[in-house]
Ligand binder design. Sequence first.
Ligand SMILES: [Zn+2]
Length: 278
Amino acid sequence: MGDRQQTLKQSFSIQGEALHSGKMVTMTLIPQPEDTGIRFCRSDLPGKPVLPARPEHVIDTNRCTTIGDGTWRVRTIEHLMAALHGLGVDNLLVEVEGDELPMGDGSAWFFAQAILETGLETQAKPRRIRKITAPVWVENRNSPRSYLLALPGDQLHISYFFTSDNSSVGNQFYQLTVTPETFQKELASARTIAFTYEIEALRWQGLARGGNFDVAVVVGEEGYLNDLRFPDEIARHKILDILGDLYLLGPVTGTIIGIRSGHKMDLDLVLRLMENIR
Ligand SMILES: [Zn+2]
């Protein structure tokens, strides 16, 4: 990643089904001036309200990351945020005609591919990288042995430990130093995990209505129900989610270690990091 801020060369729109609502949504990515950061806009609402993608605007972390202000929201921002963090897009307005981003293929590849085809524009000002200055960790009292740690470091390095009682899935570990190259090659196309027993429960809650077998690693009693893109795809996707949620702080350097963590702990860590980042 270069030292200077970047935006897109030009605007583009993409359309797709939303994971939780099952509706078709159109999203338009619009280049922005330096120092404006990433902002989300509900272009289908009167007055087109806008919020910066900042930790204080996150209103929900149940299964996905949602920003909003109590009167409107945009759900499932994390995979687009991961693509922006991974590829180094600093300034962008994301207009969404609905309350959720399109899910694409369930990974960040849908977004990354469209951004790379459009091209990045290097801007004059230097990128403001946030450095983790002291060790910080969070845990989840409802999920034993789940931790998320952040340590100082000159690059962004993320490790993740995934554990499962399911014998086909087993335990998985993955780690990498995030650069635009490693992001595209190793992370962008990793999809989320869905257990068949969870899919029913999620639909009961009105979530995951748009999901199908292609947009997730689906696991049943007997093991994987579809083909994997990586043997450790689940651990890689967890790193993708962390990368996206961390981008609520802007570009970050440091070492992150996730152990059985999820979106809620990502946000807890991000909030703690606000006091320990420079
Ligand atoms: Zn995810």
